[in-house]
Ligand binder design. Structure first.
Ligand SMILES: [Zn+2]
Length: 331
């Protein structure tokens, strides 16, 4: 059963009020930082709108709830980035064909639920033509159809779409709330470090910690591999990249970003309390005389670029070799 995250309860109450006073807009733009649980919140709202239980809280057991859960409800459509059947890779954006299909869906009459719900996530993946097509849908709202658009990059949506949606912001929880949730609800050790690594998003922090736990990986080894590549002539790029083959790429990238930030902190004489790798402070201190600030900054910028997916290499092996190469040789 889905649960509402503790930091979303207020937003949910606000939504209920809108619905009960019949002031629910046709389109809601759910925005907030990555890892705050926006899509889960949108799914929760969908259950709420479709649930046939009288308490409507929602129940997760009625026929409507189970159909929504299995993405099979005839009054519900979820649109996202599709996988290309030929290349088996994710496409770049939401196509106009996907939005056109929604139009015929919106034109159909409801088949039993109180609402029809369209959930688009991530809405920033709409391109110019799919945005234009969606705009027509927003301009001619049909019956009790509710559109839920989810994004952490509101500015990437075209202005005309933004202006036709009611904004609903879902901020990150306070630090203490996140720590509390990760520690008590998920028994996560070292919640503060995971949170720091995921820039404060508790959902992202949990996902990262879980993929780490599942893989039985060695964080200290990565630090020593990276520093080895940077400072030891003997370290080899291909061998090191191969030894990283079981690491999820996002985790590998986050750790290395954290390490580069700490190397920059080290050269700037920042106090230990601000370091992400406080437990490896002694190792960082040992190399402090040899850090080339310019080289580390270039490396950091390169890693950020990878993270923004501007130029992610296609194959995971290439990605790992590229990372190791950058540590060894810089740009
Ligand atoms: Zn229900």
């Amino acid at each position: 059963m889905m649960e509402l995250y503790p930091w979303q309860k207020q937003a949910f109450e606000r939504f209920i009020q809108l619905e009960q006073s019949e002031r629910l807009p046709h389109a809601l733009l759910l925005s907030g930082p990555p890892g705050s649980g926006k899509t889960e919140f949108a799914e929760y709202l969908t259950h709420y709108l479709m649930c046939q239980d009288s308490t409507k809280r929602p129940c997760f057991t009625c026929q409507h709830c189970s159909l929504v859960q299995s993405h099979a409800h005839p009054d519900y459509r979820r649109v996202g980035i599709e996988v290309d059947q030929k290349t088996k890779k994710e496409k770049k954006d939401i196509s106009i064909a996907q939005i056109r299909e929604l139009k015929s869906f919106a034109g159909l009459s409801q088949s039993g639920a109180s609402y029809k719900v369209i959930l688009i996530t991530p809405a920033d993946a709409l391109n110019q033509s799919s945005s234009n097509s969606l705009l027509k849908l927003l301009e001619e709202p049909q019956g009790k159809t509710i559109l839920l658009l989810v994004t952490h990059q509101v500015e990437r949506l075209v202005a005309t779409i933004r202006s036709r949606c009611q904004k609903f912001e879902l901020p990150l929880p306070d630090h203490e709330v996140s720590i509390d949730w990760l520690t008590k609800n998920h028994q996560l050790d070292d919640a503060a470090s995971w949170l720091k690594m995921s820039q404060g998003g508790p959902i992202a922090a949990l996902a990262m910690a879980e993929s780490y736990a599942d893989s039985g990986l060695d964080y200290e080894q990565i630090i020593s591999d990276c520093l080895g590549l940077m400072f030891n002539r003997g370290s080899r790029v291909i061998e090191t990249a191969k030894s990283w083959k079981n690491y999820p790429l996002n985790l590998l990238l986050e750790w290395q970003l954290g390490l580069t930030r700490d190397l920059i902190r080290q050269t700037n004489g920042v106090a230990i309390g601000y370091f992400e790798n406080q437990d490896r402070y002694d190792v960082l201190q040992k190399v402090s005389d040899r850090i080339n600030l310019h080289k580390v900054t270039v490396l950091y910028e390169y890693l950020i670029k990878l993270k923004m997916r501007a130029d992610v290499p296609l194959r995971p092996e290439t990605f790992r070799e590229e990372l190791a190469h950058q540590w060894k040789h810089g740009q």
